[in-house]
Design a binder for this molecule. Structure first.
Ligand code: SF4
Length: 262
């Protein structure tokens, strides 16, 4: 018993200091992508052909932008551009209140507007979420489960996952919404009492991710489900999810980002 206590004391606090301190990520972490407009020709199309996702969007007039929601955060998305226009930063903040908010000419994302006063009063200190894996690879679920461990400890902010949608305040959707899961997803949404929120997590839920345009999936959350928060990533880091949720609940101000990678 004494050995156990000594070991536990030696371990100290393992919980992340986030949001009090900016998180540190390993060197190989790939955060928000960025586009250097001076290097992107916008007309060569070489990178679009080599890219494993629809991260780069080129308008008919040649104007290029990044769809962060479509990003798979793979090294190939950066190396696809022979001019080195696309790179990854160490910024783990990857959320937006609406789908267009994930698309920009530089990869920068707008500040997240918190829920209205009434919703903040209801959920700001206690938020229960029901998660539905609607045809995902389970990568996103693994990161959502990690939110409950001692390092990320989402419960310290009053946010928890629950088993029954009838006990939930919101729906977290992962996966590209396969045909087999579509009905279950709608029934879960309808079982959550009003007012409720919907949170789309991961590239699959946002636009189908690597399964995009498969006849078995619906390219993400159906348009008639009102999404309150879009969290990009493949999968998103637990702190990316936590950051988005806290900003939605109005518990996190300030948008200072970690420095881009050299
Ligand atoms: S977004 Fe990526 S990690 Fe998440 S379910 Fe889809 S493929 Fe898996």
């Amino acid at each position: 018993m004494l050995d156990f206590l000594r070991t536990r004391l030696a371990q100290g606090t393992r919980t992340s200091a986030f949001p009090g301190e900016a998180p540190e990520f390993p060197e190989r972490f790939r955060g928000r992508p960025t586009l250097d407009g001076a290097r992107c020709l916008g007309t060569c199309r070489e990178c679009q052909a080599a890219m494993p996702s629809s991260l780069l969007v080129v308008a008919p007039d040649g104007r290029a932008s990044l769809d962060v929601g479509a990003c798979l955060f793979s090294p190939e998305e950066a190396t696809a551009c022979p001019h080195g226009a696309i790179s990854f930063t160490a910024d783990a903040r990857l959320s937006a209140r609406d789908r267009p908010g994930l698309v920009s000419e530089t990869g920068e994302l707008p500040a997240i507007e918190a829920l209205g006063r009434r919703m903040q009063q209801l959920f700001g200190r206690s938020l229960r979420l029901r998660s539905v894996a609607a045809g995902s690879c389970n990568g996103c679920e693994a990161e959502l489960v990690a939110l409950g461990n001692v390092v990320f400890d989402m419960a310290r902010f009053g946010i928890q996952f629950v088993a029954s949608p009838r006990h939930a305040d919101g729906l977290v959707i992962t996966g590209a919404v396969s045909r087999n899961m579509r009905d279950a997803l709608y029934r879960t949404y309808e079982a959550i009492p009003d007012p409720r929120m919907v949170i789309a997590v991961g590239a699959c839920a946002i636009n189908g991710g690597p399964f995009r345009d498969s006849p078995e999936v619906g390219n993400g959350v159906p348009p008639d489900l009102p999404v309150d928060l879009w969290i990009a990533g493949c999968p998103p880091h637990p702190l990316t999810v936590l950051d988005g949720l806290l900003r939605l609940l109005g518990q996190l101000d300030g948008q200072s980002a970690p420095a881009p990678k050299a």
